[in-house]
Ligand binder design. Structure first.
Ligand SMILES: *Cc1c(COP(=O)(O)O)cnc(C)c1O
Length: 309
């Protein structure tokens, strides 16, 4: 079983904007669950790992981009539990010179250090990753394996993310989360109280999310706020970098650039715009993902942008 290294805790933020607007803003530090299987990836892998073990699999295969938090987390979880992991990575050009790729990419370097076997596929092939034919091909290549979909989202993942909220969190009016594939917010929706509203901040521009979430969500007390993706997945600008660094300095709260940074930026902006009624109590979930900062800093450096602290 995956074992937490530290129990998550609630961190209240204090500043004059929150006092002025009479808003309580608390961050649930799920990022501390595990150094390498961080935040929601721990929750999503937890029951999948138990299932893989129970069914006698000794290999687990999953998918991700070159800087994927899910790839890093799966590699570390596999190492911890003694299950061989295979990562199908988007971008066949990355496989052409593996040594150079690993030198340049901290996420993939980490995954390999945890024993993950990488399998690079073209962007076109990657889009076929849920097609039976594509999967059959992978079985031919690697033999029997337990399959975890991209981003780790499936029924068992949603069961795991349903364990993020605790009885003490019933006092909150709003639960906020970053959204990628939707597995995390689905678990939050299913475990939230009827008086609570769950707000999702998608990190992607795509519009299919609503349907994907509705597939797992058992209530309609939720909404997606689509104004804070900053141009799309893993896109970032100076404003966001400065915000993340400021929050780190002022509140001792490290955020990641792909998900949690954008979510908190959105929450603060909505507070400024009086979206939340006076007296509202907001719980924002820190879903982890801090491993992504190193890779993002390499890209920021190339673009001569300020770096994440
Ligand atoms: C993967 C990830 C998400 C997205 O989770 P989904 O369940 O795919 O919506 C959010 N935050 C962080 C930090 C992540 O790594």
């Amino acid at each position: 079983m995956l074992t937490p290294q530290q129990q998550p805790y609630n961190q209240q933020l204090n500043d004059c904007l929150l006092r002025k607007k009479d808003i309580t803003l608390v961050v649930k530090r799920e990022d501390v669950l595990h150094e390498h299987v961080s935040g929601n990836k721990f929750r999503k892998l937890y029951y999948n790992m138990i299932e893989a073990r129970k069914k006698g699999y000794d290999q687990l295969l999953t998918f991700g981009g070159a800087y994927s938090n899910h790839i890093a987390a799966t590699a570390a979880a596999g190492k911890e539990l003694g299950i061989q992991t295979i990562g199908v990575i988007r971008g066949d050009e990355l496989g052409e010179n593996l040594e150079q790729t690993l030198q340049e990419n901290p996420t993939l370097r980490f995954a390999v250090s945890q024993g993950m076997q990488l399998h690079f596929v073209s962007r076109k092939a990657y889009r076929q990753k849920t097609e039976p034919e594509f999967i059959e091909n992978l079985f031919q290549l690697f033999g029997k394996f337990y399959l975890v979909p991209e981003g780790g989202t499936n029924e068992l993942a949603v069961k795991g993310t349903g364990e993020i909220l605790t009885p003490e969190d019933e006092a909150f009016d709003y639960i906020c989360s970053a959204v990628g594939t939707g597995g995390t917010i689905a678990g939050l929706i299913n475990s939230a109280q009827p008086h609570q509203k769950v707000l999702g901040f998608p990190a992607l521009k795509e519009n299919f999310l609503h349907r994907d979430i509705a597939k797992y969500a058992q209530s309609d007390h939720w909404e997606l706020i689509r104004d804070y993706h900053f141009g799309g997945f893993a896109k970032i600008d100076k404003k966001l970098v400065n915000f993340i660094n400021l929050v780190n300095t002022l509140h001792n709260l490290p955020l990641d650039p792909v998900y949690t940074g954008k979510m908190l930026y959105g929450i603060i902006d909505l507070i400024k715009k009086k979206y939340f009624p006076k007296g509202s109590k907001i719980l924002a979930i820190h879903t982890g993902g801090l491993q992504g900062k190193a890779g993002m800093n390499l890209r920021l450096k190339q673009k001569n942008l300020p770096l994440l602290k």
